[in-house]
Design a protein around this ligand. Sequence first.
Ligand SMILES: *[C@@H]1O[C@H](CO)[C@@H](O)[C@H](O)[C@H]1NC(C)=O
Ligand SMILES: *[C@@H]1O[C@H](CO)[C@@H](O)[C@H](O)[C@H]1NC(C)=O
Ligand SMILES: *[C@@H]1O[C@H](CO)[C@@H](O)[C@H](O)[C@H]1NC(C)=O
Length: 270
Amino acid sequence: MKTFLLGFCALVAATPLPAVECDRAVLLKAADAYVASQTAGSIEPLQSVLAGNWTYTENNKVISHTKGVIHKPLKLDHRRTNTDLVACATYTELISASGPYTIATQIRHDAAGKVNSIDTIAATTNSWLFNATKTLEYVKQEKWDVIPEGMRDKREVIQAAGDAYMSMWDDAHAHERVPWGTPCTRLEGSAYTGKGRPDDSCQPGIPSNHSQAPNTHRRYVIDVEMGSVSIFCVWEHMMMAADSHEFRLENGKLRYVHTMTECGGKPCKL
Ligand SMILES: *[C@@H]1O[C@H](CO)[C@@H](O)[C@H](O)[C@H]1NC(C)=O
Ligand SMILES: *[C@@H]1O[C@H](CO)[C@@H](O)[C@H](O)[C@H]1NC(C)=O
Ligand SMILES: *[C@@H]1O[C@H](CO)[C@@H](O)[C@H](O)[C@H]1NC(C)=O
């Protein structure tokens, strides 16, 4: 019996069950409701898709949604939603120039399709390199189209690229694992490395000190069709900030990096 169980466990470990795909329409409906809520400054539009015990996390703290940015009506100038059909989650990037806010939100669904977690990084005045108007200008220049079938990178490859990047602060070899692409542009808060040139690179200015505190408590939303991974974490080496990094790969190579980093309401300082 014991042997059988061991053998069974080994088999399960070696061959993951085929993932049942989440329903994209359900995910998008909730993301749309979330955007409607942020626009209205009320969770009313979300009510019908929320699980009874859903949690609201803002800047890495679980709080009452009534105290969150979601209760501030915002005029949104930009919205992009990516879907993760394996984790049953979405990632939404929002910019409100007048807010001013840049907002990154991961929404997770339970097995019944209901939303059980809204996890937001909300950057505003005092956040790292913050200027929502400028961020908006740069975001509008970028092209995040769906990657054609047959040219898509595997989920694991996309995640590994993002993880390697996030580990450059505490791992001297991590940069060797990042599939650097050309051109590649970084949009960190409102600071843009892109010059619109074919040789734009994301490598200038990457961490040279690999003995810093790590980026921990990582949460992922991976969209294979978009070639993207959203990673939320605790940015321990800068004031334990709440951080959102998003990466897009094209043809296996890093093409875009977006960041939003909020320092507990205080001015971010290295
Ligand atoms: C929320 O409720 C569902 C269904 O009752 C349950 O399965 C789940 O464990 C609960 N989650 C939390 C975080 O309490
Ligand atoms: C933000 O960026 C815009 C557009 O580049 C600029 O006009 C504005 O002065 C900036 N605001 C601040 C507070 O630096
Ligand atoms: C690297 O970072 C660590 C942790 O912040 C710091 O103690 C050390 O002085 C830094 N090293 C250099 C060369 O800046």
